[in-house]
Design a protein around this ligand. Structure first.
Ligand code: FES
Length: 247
């Protein structure tokens, strides 16, 4: 299989960057998209050229490291899928495949396809945790959590923090990420004592980091590989209002 990768090359945050085409042969449809980039990089090494910088860790859709724009869509052409879960069988012989980093002011490009997502870490630092002492494992029924609440928490906790929601939003809003990280703790009894502090701290950090307001288009929900519901944003706003009134 032969395709042309049209890849964004950028030396550092100050470089203007540009697309560069790489005709790549010797691929097969069972390769993952990242394996195809590995294959291209091996060819660049043999030619003594600078390899393409891209991020990954788990390569199985759970760490959130691998996000890139592929042909204008976050994580490529399919819904509910990360870049590392995408395979070359989704493309055709001879395709020109454009690959770009996330585009958002709060995600400066470090090199090629790698962006600095530490702004999301700083949002988490403002409340994406509970401060209960862990100790030894408690008796499992000591704190009863109903199935509906447990399911709701798990659905929000599925966010892998990849940043696709930010990159795909026309306002580069981190509202879906922040809401998921607030709600999965706020709905549980263990997260309740800090619920107001959490929503205020994390929402305000989101603004400080330069992320835009929710655009209300719902693009984030469509491109989220974990299908996190946009209803989380409404719930975060409701927590925010309660925190302002009663916190
Ligand atoms: S490399 Fe971990 S989600 Fe893709």
């Amino acid at each position: 299989m032969k395709v042309t990768f049209r890849i964004w090359r950028q030396n550092d945050t100050k470089d203007k960057g540009r697309f560069q085409d790489y005709e790549t042969d010797g691929l097969n449809e069972d390769m993952s998209f990242l394996e195809a980039l590995d294959h291209l990089n091996e060819q660049l090494v043999l030619k003594g050229e600078d390899v393409i910088a891209f991020e990954y860790d788990c390569r199985e859709g759970i760490c959130g490291q691998c996000g890139v724009f592929i042909d204008g869509r976050a994580h490529g052409p399919h819904r509910n899928m990360t870049t590392c879960q995408l395979h070359m069988r989704s493309f055709n012989e001879g395709d020109i495949i454009a690959v770009e980093p996330w585009r958002a002011t709060s995600f400066p490009v470090l090199k090629d396809l790698i962006v600095d997502r530490s702004a999301m870490d700083r949002i988490i630092e403002q409340g994406g945790y509970i401060s209960a002492k862990t100790g030894t494992a408690p008796e499992s029924n000591a704190i009863l959590v109903g199935k509906e609440v447990a399911d709701k928490a798990m659905d929000a906790a599925a966010c892998i923090g990849c940043g696709a929601c930010v990159a795909t939003c026309k306002n580069a809003s981190a509202a879906l990420f922040t809401a998921a990280k607030i709600n999965h703790l706020n709905v549980l009894p263990q997260g309740k004592p800090e619920a107001y502090r959490r929503v205020l701290g994390m929402s305000e950090q989101m603004v400080l980091e330069g992320f835009g307001n929710c655009s209300l288009t719902g693009a984030c929900e469509v491109e989220c590989p974990e299908a996190i519901s946009i209803s989380n944003i409404a719930e975060m706003n409701s927590w925010y209002l309660k925190a302002k009134l009663f916190g």
